[in-house]
Write a protein that binds this ligand. Sequence first.
Ligand code: PA5
Length: 445
Amino acid sequence: MLKLDIAKAQCFLADDAVAKLEPAVKSAQKSLEEETCLGNDYVGWLHLPSSITPEFLDDVQHTADVLRANCEAIVVAGIGGSYLGAKAVIDALSNSFQWLTKGANEPTILFAGNNIGEDYLYELTEYLRGKKFGVINISKSGTTTETALAFRLLKKQCEEQRGKEEARKVIVAVTDAKKGAARTTADKEGYKSYVIPDNVGGRFSVLTPVGLLPIACAGFDIKALVKGAVDMERQTSAEVKYEENPSEQYAAIRNALYANGKRIEILANFQPKLHYMNEWWKQLYGESEGKDHKGIFPAAVDFTTDLHSMGQWIQDGERSMFETVISVAAPKHKLLFPHDDENLDGLNFLEGKRVDEVNKMAELGTQLAHVDGGVPNIRITIDALDEYHIGQLIYFFERACGISGIVLGVNPFNQPGVEAYKKNMFALLDKPGYEAESIAIKARI
Ligand code: PA5
């Protein structure tokens, strides 16, 4: 089971700082359970894992199997919560050199619709030229520009290369039940489609088909992923004692540190495969808490890589942050340092040791150095990088995020700030309906 260790953060605070937050945390949990919190129409994620039925997972798996059997590549079109969860899980579970090692019948999973880079899209369409590819079009609103742009290109190319009939079999939509262009297109074209529940916001949707379908397409065990989340749902429920509830403790220590001037949280991993887990976490916490001119700034680093870039700042820069480390207890593979007769590199003292032992000493050494440097340190340990433990990690973070935002006093489930750039972009592009904004914004250029 996932373990949370806050001792090396708590020592920077008054002895009772975390204990004092128990009433606020328990009340946040109550308001989530009773759906009385701010943003209460978006708490569908709370009991999502335990409400997923085996039949539903079988259906998602079947769709994935059809795509896997018929595609050399599957492009997942989506942005924000409509892609980061799937990307995070797939990367965490994949071979680091999946491009080189994937089996003959393994489709390559690609992502698009998360940027508007012309070169990116051009190069993607070039890569897909002549290939049997499928598309999963993911958009809760069904109207997000980045995703819609990419999907238009991909749909056309897929139809041109496979014919409209064949394309219909390998294009799947994950979107709203009724509204949005993605729904209209899916219904008109007769695509297989899944509904993103109304009460589950994008960044909390990885355990819906938004994440489950791409993850199953990549060949990973979605039943084990959901099982991990279900077990964590139990472990973090409001009935569990405060001191034993990892999500409550994490939410509490974050708020206590924030109240003590720690405005930045740096999520660190010691496994390169977790890079996109950092990105998913950044969105989850940034979009949930950064509002009303409040909120911890979520930053992220990959160690030991970034110890050679950001390490200086963390050790010695402004003392305004704390660090949360995701530690993976056991790697999947075993690799021992070999003996070298000449020992020219002076590394024979590591002979016979596992690479992970060196990594773990780097982790421990970094933790102690950063604590000495004045950086409170939180550690989250999962047993392994597999579906079950990733499922635990995801739900642990989601639950803590909901609690933490409520304790902070914001609505953790909306994202009004995301709209500002869209309005300007549409006005600048002369989108119909934006005439007044267009005149106003062009006057400012
Ligand atoms: O968390 C969120 O709600 C956002 O990040 C959305 O996921 C993102 O903007 C994509 O929106 P949509 O799924 O409507 O295309």
